[in-house]
Design a binder for this molecule. Structure first.
Ligand code: CAA
Length: 257
């Protein structure tokens, strides 16, 4: 499949998507988001792929939604056209997605990174929700996901002042899982994704589903949900294999069954 705004490759059991609109610092538009969703869904459906990495360039993961393309929209066009409506479908991909962020992750770029399951940042990364400087607010979940990730104080600070957070502050705040030197970013993200891809896919997908449920359920309901999934995994061959391999002091050979 030929894409215009992204590059797609596989590295073993890992699907790698590179955002590729360098002249616009990977600003997100309908075409790029449709391609990204198509590529992510294709990896999701491919039994050989166990995890997905989304990355950008050294300078920018993505500098936000494309301002030049949306600047002339009026309310009725935005509302009736459901502007950016389908973009958060990236969050419906079932296999784990890692955002490997170098440079700017601003506005929709920060929001896209937060739709992924975790973020590995280069020491050059800068995160922000600068929409307020444009006379608008985040529209792809920034006020919601950022607040859940870093708490009200930092989320208000970023959304109201439009300032950027560097990689260290983002890690301290809980937005980012790890910070690595920029030269090691892709390899670190691929290695983490390969590690995930080596585990049993049913358990990986259930772990992701269960962590995500913690955003939506009360603690008691979430724990009940987790317990049902935990019990259900005793029905898999891979649970038998994983525990037998531990007892026999050997490497597990998972079959995703
Ligand atoms: N949309 C469209 N084009 C963009 C863009 C964006 N979000 N961000 C950068 N570009 C373009 C610039 O217009 C410029 O194009 P030209 O060469 O044709 O002039 C090119 O990318 C390079 O950008 P700069 O020259 O500005 O590069 P810089 O290094 O001086 O600055 C930057 C980098 C600080 C990231 C700056 O580009 C910037 O502030 N970008 C906008 C960030 C922003 O406000 N993002 C939020 C968008 S709104 C949104 O995302 C809403 C939502 O929640 C869905």
């Amino acid at each position: 499949m030929a894409y215009e705004c992204i590059k797609v490759e596989t590295r073993g059991g890992v699907g790698l998507v590179t955002l590729d609109r360098p002249k616009a610092l990977n600003a997100l538009n309908a075409k790029l988001m449709a391609e990204l969703l198509e590529a992510a869904r294709a990896f999701d459906a491919d039994a050989k792929i166990g995890a997905i990495v989304i990355t950008g360039s050294e300078k920018a993961f993505a500098a936000g939604a494309d301002i030049k393309e949306m600047q002339s929209l009026d309310f009725v066009e935005a509302y009736m056209g459901d502007f950016i409506g389908g973009w958060d479908k990236v969050g419906t991909v079932r296999k784990p997605m890692i955002a490997a962020v170098a440079g700017y992750a601003l506005g929709g770029g920060c929001e896209l990174a937060m739709m992924c399951d975790f973020i590995i940042a280069a020491d050059t990364a800068k995160f922000g929700q600068p929409e307020i400087t444009l006379g608008t607010i985040p529209g792809m979940g920034g006020t919601q996901r950022l607040t859940r990730a870093v708490g009200k104080a930092k989320a208000m600070d970023l959304c109201l002042t439009g300032r950027m957070m560097d990689a260290d502050e983002a890690e301290r705040s809980g937005l980012v899982a790890r910070v690595v030197p920029a030269t090691e970013l892709i390899e670190t993200a691929i290695k983490a994704a390969e590690k995930i891809a080596g585990f049993s896919q049913p358990s990986v997908i259930m772990a992701k589903e269960s962590v995500n449920r913690s955003y939506e359920l009360t603690l008691a309901e979430g724990i009940r949900f987790e317990r049902r999934l935990f019990h259900s995994l005793f029905a898999t061959e891979d649970q038998k294999e994983g525990m037998a391999a531990f007892a026999e002091k050997r490497q597990a050979q998972f079959k995703n069954r």
